[in-house]
Design a protein around this ligand. Sequence first.
Ligand code: ARG
Length: 487
Amino acid sequence: MPSNQFDHKQQAWSALFSEPMHECVQRYTASVSFDQRLWKVDIAASLAHAEMLCHQGILCPQDYADICRGMETITQEIESGSFVWKWELEDVHLNLEARLTALVGDAGKRLHTGRSRNDQVATDVRLWLRAEIDKLILALAALQRALVEVAAEHVDVILPGFTHLQVAQPVSFAHHLLAYVEMFDRDTQRLREVRRRTNHLPLGAAALAGTSYPLDRERVACTLGMVDEQGCPQLCQNSIDAVSDRDFAIEFTASASLCMVHLSRFSEELVLWTSQQFGFVRIADRFTTGSSIMPQKKNPDVAELARGKTGRVVGHLMGLLMLMKGQPLAYNKDNQEDKEPLFDTVDTLWNTLRIFAEMIGGQIDPQTGHKEGGLQLCSAAMASAARVGFSTATDLADYLVRKGLPFRDAHEIVARAVREAIATNTDLCEWPLERLQSLHPHIQEDVYTAISLRGALESRHTVGGTAPNRVREQLARHAQRLACLLK
Ligand code: ARG
C-alpha cells in the first residue's frame, strides 16, 4: 500500500471517491489537534439534537437511549484520557461520531440526521464562547475588585497626574486606579453584548439551506440555554447566515483586544512606576523576575508580557477579519481557521486578567487570613514627584479668578511666575507672601492652602473629579456593583 493511503479510512464521503485523500492533504485539512477542545459542547449539542429528533419521532427512543449511553462512555473516556483522537478523522465532530458508532452501532449513524458539520461547528463555537465569556466576565470583576480594594486604602495618596507624560495636576491614587475600573466595566458591558448575539442557535440550518426533516429548532435552543432574558429561544433566522458568518467571534476578539489594550496601558504605567526614576510602587517578588547577569535587577516581566501579548490578540482580530473578508456565502473551509485565534485570544485574556488580579490585589495568606503580596505604594515618592513641575500652577490661576480676574489674565500672570520660579530654581509654594503679592495685590495668606497638593486635590470636586469625597462616592458605587456581580 502506498504511504499516502490508509486502511482505516472511514470517511463519510468515501463512496464517491476513487482514491483516498493524499496524506499531506489529510494532515493539512485536519483540525482535531486544536478543535478537540470543543468536545464537551459538541456532545451537549449532539444530545440536544438527538433528544429533539426523538421527540419529533425522527429517531426512535431506543436509538436516543443508545446515543445517550454512548456519549456517556465517550465523556468518561475523554475525561480519563483514554479516548484515542485520530487526526485522520479530521476534526472533533467526526472523531466523536466515529467513536459513537463504534460503541452503539446504527444509532450513532442516525445522529447526523437533519444536521451538517456546518451548523454543528457554528453551534459548538457559539456554545463554547458563551461559557468562556461568562468566565471572563467573572475574571474582570475580580480584577476590578482588586483595584477597588487597593484604591479604597489610598484615597488620600497624591501622585502627579500627567498629560503628555509631563506633570499636570495632582490626583488621588485611588482616582487614578478607578480610571481603569471604568475601562474594565465597559469591557464587561461589551462582553455582555457580544454574549447576547453569540447566544443564537445555528442548528437546523444544516449545510446551508435548512432541512427537509420536521426539526423543532426552538426545542434545541431551549435545551442548550440559547434563550433571552424572557426565556424565548434565540434562533439564527437565516440558514445561509447561520453557517457562514463568524462575526460573533470577531466582535468578541475586538472586545478582547480593547480589554487587552486597557491592560497594556496599565502595564506601561506599572513598568514606569516600578522604575528607579519613578519608584511609585513595588510589585511582589513572585510577579517579577531577576537578571542572569545584573544581580540588582527585579524586572516587571508580567506587565511587559501583557503589553506584548496585547499585540498578539490584536493580531488575532486582524486575522479573523481577513479570514472573513473574501468569503462568498455560505460555509467555506476557511472558517476552520477561526478556532486557533479565538482560543488563543480567550486564553491570553483569561491568563492576563487572573494574574493581574492577584498582582494588584494580593492573595489571602491561609495562616494569617490577611491579604498579602498585592501592589505596594511608596506614597512619599509620589508626593515628592507631585511637588515638582508646578503641578498646582492651575490652582494659583483659579485662585486669582476667584479674586475677580478673568481666567486668561490669571493664566498669563501665573505663566510669568512659573518662568521666574524656573529661572530662580524655586517653587511657588515657597515664595514669601510679599513676592506672591507682587504677582497680584489680591493674593492673601489663604493662597498657600489653595496651591498645596491637598488643597488642589480637594478643590476638584465636580462629579467624576479627584476630590477625595468624590472618589469615595465612586468607590462605594463600584463596591456595590461588584458585590452584586461576584456574589
Ligand atoms: N472542522 C470544520 C470547521 O471547523 C467543521 C466543518 C466542516 N464542514 C465541511 N463541510 N467541511 O469548520
